[in-house]
Design a protein around this ligand. Structure first.
Ligand code: XIL
Length: 352
């Protein structure tokens, strides 16, 4: 029985969710993104979303590939230590993808930001066994199910001046840990496309240049690197043309490219930024169209997939916890699953 209190509560909840709706543009009609995109169209997902019927319906309509946003990372898998890896949620996501005819992209095996705690106290051969064993067990578990893996995530310093120091580089050297990770991933899964995944290549020229140099060096060293990931966490002030230029340079290696984590926050770090929401959205959609068009212009064999870092604004990592300003719109769908202008910008860029 629905009583009056429930009706009032849900009306209030709806109004609360929608408190910025009047400032928002009207929803736009679009074809499903998975049919507009000239490659698999992916989305990041956390396992709790599989229990949200609205998310499931939206994903089934729009998406043909999934990337676990968090639960396939070392931080989650090794939360209880090296001896007790936990695959419950990544298995659930993999099963959901298979049951719904969606591909699976593995994210991420080795990342400077994770694993320090689980590996603390290990040195020498014990460290090597744990490093190699982790990659073997995770990539091996999803062999034949994950079509690709982000083998190494974000190795480059934010200012592009070099590679990050981390617990992995301390043992194997800056290029050394990357080479070792790729070799172990290749042993664990001979078929998967193996990616180096990085962000801000388009917006920080020194970082883009460092990425190109690193890829060149790795390939020269015989690294089984077979895919390049452009995370594409964009912001609205990325210079016009920079996204397409960078993609052209990266495509020069001839490897498959993955737009692996697209979102575009409307926030800026300028202290006094008086631009209206609609001005910000206009800048956002222009950059997103540029990205989608540059991707669509790649040769078919180089279009691995195009992935958004969440479907609905409210699912975005920008909209979690205290940092949530309640009005950022970094993703293609609004909190009700209705297409945002960003969705139309994608369709336009794909040329669909
Ligand atoms: C973020 C997730 O979105 C968050 O939910 C998580 O808490 C931290 O990681 N680059 C990456 C992603 O490669 O793994 C990050 O994802 C976003 C930046």
């Amino acid at each position: 029985m629905i009583d009056r209190r429930t009706v009032l509560a849900s009306t209030f909840a709806l109004a609360a969710c929608d408190r910025f709706a009047s400032a928002e543009p009207a929803p736009v009609a679009i074809p499903p993104l998975k049919s507009a995109c000239p490659a698999p169209f992916g989305a990041a997902v956390k396992a709790y979303l599989l229990d949200d019927p609205d998310w499931v319906a939206l994903a089934r309509t729009q998406v043909s590939q999934l990337t676990p946003e968090w639960e396939m990372k070392m931080e989650y898998v090794l939360a209880d230590g090296l001896k007790r890896p936990n695959f419950d949620r990544s298995d659930r996501i993999a099963a959901f993808a298979a049951a719904n005819g969606m591909a699976l992209h593995g994210h991420a095996l080795i990342w400077y930001a994770q694993g320090e705690q689980a590996f603390a106290g290990l040195s020498g051969a014990a460290f090597d066994r744990a490093f190699d064993g982790y990659i073997a067990s995770v990539a091996g578990r999803y062999r034949g199910r994950a079509r690709g893996w982000d083998v190494v995530n974000e190795p480059i310093l934010d200012d592009g001046s070099g590679l990050r120091d981390c617990h992995w580089s301390a043992r194997y050297g800056h290029d050394g840990y990357i080479l070792r990770a790729f070799e172990k991933a290749r042993e664990a899964d001979p078929e998967a496309v193996l990616f180096l995944n990085e962000y801000n290549q388009e917006s920080i020229p020194a970082k883009g240049a460092q990425f190109l140099r690193l890829v060149e060096r790795l390939l020269k060293a015989g690294c089984p690197l077979t895919g390049l990931g452009l995370q594409s966490h964009l912001w609205i002030d990325v210079e016009e043309g920079a996204i397409a230029r960078l993609m052209g340079e990266v495509a020069g290696f001839g490897l498959p490219l993955h737009v692996s984590e697209l979102d575009c926050t409307l926030r800026t770090d300028k202290r006094l930024d008086l631009r209206s929401q609609s001005e910000r959205i206009a800048r956002q959609t222009a950059r997103v169209t540029e990205l989608a068009a540059a991707f669509a212009a790649l040769p078919e064999a180089q279009r691995y997939a195009f992935t958004v870092w969440g479907l609905r604004d409210t699912d975005s990592w920008y909209r979690q916890g205290e940092k949530d300003d309640g009005k950022d719109k970094p993703l293609p769908f609004d909190s009700f699953g209705r297409p945002n202008p960003m969705a139309a910008a994608l369709v336009q860029g794909f040329g669909a």
